[in-house]
Design a protein around this ligand. Sequence first.
Ligand SMILES: [Fe+2]
Ligand SMILES: [Fe+2]
Length: 536
Amino acid sequence: MKNKPLKITVLTDTHYYSLRSGSSGKAYETASAKSQKLLAESGEVLSSAFEQFASDKESEILLISGDVTNNGELTAHEEFIGMLRALKEKGKKVFVITATHDFRKNGETDAYDGDITVKTPTATRDMLWDMYKEFGPDQAISVHRQSMSYIVQLCEGIRLFALNDDSNLSGKSGFSDECFEWISAQAEKARSEGQFVIAMTHHPLIAPCPIYEIIGKCDMLGDYDKRLPALADLGIQFVLTGHTHIHNISASQSERGNVIYDICTGTPIGYPGVIRQLYIDKENNIVKASTDYVNEPDNFASEGIKLKDVFENQLIGTIRGMIEAAGKDIDKLAQMATAISIKPKVIYKFGWIIKPVFKLLNSLKVGTVAKWIRKETGLTPADYSDIQDKKVIDIITELVLNLYGGESKYPPETPTYKVTIGFLNIIDSILETLHIDLKKILKVVPDAASLVEPLLYNGKIDSYEAELRIFPYVEEGVSGEKLVFEKKAPTVRKSRKGPFIIIAAILLLLAFLPLWILIILIAFLHNRIKFADKLK
Ligand SMILES: [Fe+2]
Ligand SMILES: [Fe+2]
């Protein structure tokens, strides 16, 4: 008789926030405006996610890979543990690792009381093992106490490696050498016993996109470049991660040829608000990954607005509002900027530059840009008629959302893809003319188009629904088959406009130099007089 695939439900970065830390008033509002996640609503949203899992008859295992609380508040741990116990009482199995947001060294973090920020006690690292022992360590077949890692048998033939990576003991996240020796010994044992291994840790081993590798390098698992191939060669092929709050699946291959997947799941309490489901089908050598959105909680406070839109607004609402205000109203922008820690004085000082630039950006339509790049894209007005009135700024904010969402909305044949990449090809042509080598500066991509392309279209593994092949283990001294992703033929031509644009810009600058100086001087003085009070 055939064995049914094992279904596992995966959550990460639940960041549970206790209402006892304050959920109204100026101090809370300021903290909330800077957050990508819903803080005060996290309890409702997580209850809904847990209810989805509880009512799923096919899945009896829940994995949570760290950052379970907002900032390690004791009240949050207490209430969250209560929610996990309720799941166990319903017959579910819950396995948890904690991460860097679940404790504070000094034992306290911020809470909010009206206009003021106060302190509330948190867990310290050494408290967490006992607090979460009942969610994994108590059922473990092996534990590594110092790192707070453990191994459990999920069912016959499938073993979970729950690897806490909150410290590698050298100031980074990751695994100490001694901890890695324990992982290696356990992985070899599992392999010799014919066990399939699924691992979970908190920090990513593979950057979900090139932008993350540039700005979030320090947020990757410590020494990931060394640990990634080492884990692959231990036969650990599937690693569940979180931390980035980005929904993504990536794969890599060690030199020997062992494949490793990093299955990173977004947070359930922020955009895109997801729960991951895995189906381990050993008989067909497939791990199927699928995604559910968290159901809108009953009587959800944000009446009439869909949960996904609430998440979207939380992530991008402040920035969107600021971009709009930047082109219209410097006073409003100065007030809003405090939400992202920019002092109003800075906004008033540069208001004379900010306003015209954003006025132009706010009025720029896709149809206008599409006209500039007809040569690169080959698009006719009829091809882009559906998006010609769309604002460029809306496409930019969509790309920011997709940094977290990991969706593949615009494949290479779509006009949005062509217009965006065509425009970036012009930028790349200008940079090339100026002998600015982006590869040298950014290291991870050769040009601006390659940096942005993954936010439009995912040409490798779909982040939401994917069938991941279980590759045969490659022993030392043997070389395995190559992991290849089919690449679609380019739909946009490289641009040669760089030299022309630079010459035109220099000529324009020189021909009207006195006029430019006069305009800049008037704008600067006008700004000084208009905001004289605010600049004092
Ligand atoms: Fe997190
Ligand atoms: Fe984290």
